[in-house]
Design a protein around this ligand. Structure first.
Ligand SMILES: Nc1ncnc2c1ncn2[C@@H]1O[C@H](COP(=O)(O)OP(=O)(O)OP(=O)(O)O)[C@@H](O)[C@H]1O
Length: 256
C-alpha cells in the first residue's frame, strides 16, 4: 500500500541524515508501532509519509502514486486519505467536540463552505456517528477545553476518522496520557484498524504498548531501520540496540 524507496532526509544545517536510505513496504493490514530513541527520526518518518516533509532523496508511493513528487493538488488528495493524530491533540479548545470533528471534513469541501461553516445534514450525522464510535456521544456539544486528555485524543481520532482515511498516522499520540488511558486509546485504535481496514503507523515511546498492540514493529536508530518484524521478536537484544541501554527486566521477563 505504501512503498518507501531509498528515503533519506538531511535537514539544512545538519551534518548527519535524520533518515538514511529507508526501504519499507507498509501493508493495509499492518498496525505498526515505530520505536526509537529521541532524535532517531520517528517524526521525520511520519512527516515524510504524509508529505509534510520533502525527502532529500528517495520516493514514497501510496498505491503506486508518488507522494514525494506529487503536485499540490495531488498532495491534497493524498492527505485526505491519511488521518493524523498528535501528541498535543491539535484541537481548537473553544470549539465543541462536534465542531472540532467537523474540521476533519475540510479537505473535501469548498473553502467557501468551510468559511461560512455550513454543513449538510449528512455531514453532521456522519460526524455524530463517528463521535459515538469513539465513545463521546454524551459530549457532542461540550467545549474541547473542558475534556480530559484521553477524551481530547478521542476527539482527535474522530476528527481523523471523519476524513474516511485509508491510513492513520500518529506522532506519539499517547505521550501525554497516563498508562491506563493510553491503553484505552490503543484499544480504540486497534478496533478502528480492524473494522475500517486502516493501515496504522504510530510512533510510540512505550515499548509495552508496542509489544501489546502492534502487528509489526519498526525500530529506527540514527535514521536507519534496525528492526522490522513481529513484536514477539523484539526482545532484549533489539531493545538494547534501539535504546543503547538495558531494558527494565519486566519487559521481557528474563534476568539480564
Ligand atoms: N526541522 C529540523 N531542522 C533540523 N533538524 C531537525 C529538524 N527536525 C528534526 N531534526 C533533527 O532530525 C533528527 C530526527 O528528529 P525527529 O524529530 O524525527 O526524531 P524523533 O525520533 O521523532 O525524536 P523524538 O522522540 O524526540 O520526537 C534529530 O536529530 C533532530 O534534531
Amino acid at each position: 500500500m505504501i512503498d518507501i524507496k531509498n528515503l533519506s532526509v538531511l535537514y539544512d544545517g545538519n551534518t548527519a541524515e535524520s533518515l538514511s536510505d529507508v526501504n519499507l513496504s507498509l501493508q493495509k493490514d499492518d498496525f505498526i508501532c515505530v520505536l526509537g530513541k529521541s532524535g532517531a527520526g520517528k517524526s521525520t518518518f511520519i512527516r515524510c509519509i504524509n508529505g509534510l516533509q520533502k525527502p532529500t532523496s528517495g520516493e514514497i508511493y501510496l498505491d503506486g502514486k508518488t507522494i514525494t513528487n506529487a503536485s499540490e493538488d495531488g498532495l491534497r488528495k493524498i492527505r485526505r486519505e491519511m488521518g493524523m493524530i498528535f501528541q498535543h491533540f491539535n484541537l481548537i479548545p473553544r470549539l465543541s467536540v462536534l465542531q472540532n470533528v467537523l474540521t476533519g471534513t475540510f479537505g473535501y469541501r469548498s473553502s467557501f463552505k468551510n468559511l461560512i461553516g455550513w454543513f449538510t445534514a449528512e455531514e453532521l450525522d456522519f460526524a455524530k456517528s463517528v463521535i459515538a464510535e469513539v465513545g463521546l456521544s454524551e459530549m457532542v456539544d461540550r467545549r474541547v477545553e473542558q475534556l480530559s486528555g484521553g477524551q481530547k485524543q478521542r476527539v482527535g481520532i474522530a476528527r481523523a476518522l471523519v476524513q474516511q482515511p485509508r491510513v492513520l498516522l500518529g506522532d506519539e499520540p499517547v505521550a501525554s496520557l497516563d498508562p491506563g488511558t493510553s491503553n484505552h486509546i490503543f484499544t480504540l485504535l486497534k478496533e478502528m484498524h480492524a473494522r475500517l481496514g486502516l493501515l496504522t503507523v504510530i510512533n510510540v515511546h512505550d515499548i509495552e504498548l508496542a509489544k501489546r498492540y502492534a502487528t509489526r514493529i519498526i525500530a529506527l536508530k540514527d535514521g536507519k531501520v534496525i528492526f522490522d518484524g513481529l513484536p514477539e521478536n523484539f526482545m532484549e537484544a533489539e531493545y538494547r540496540e534501539t535504546y543503547e541501554s538495558k531494558s527494565q527486566d519486566y519487559f521481557f521477563g528474563a534476568e539480564i
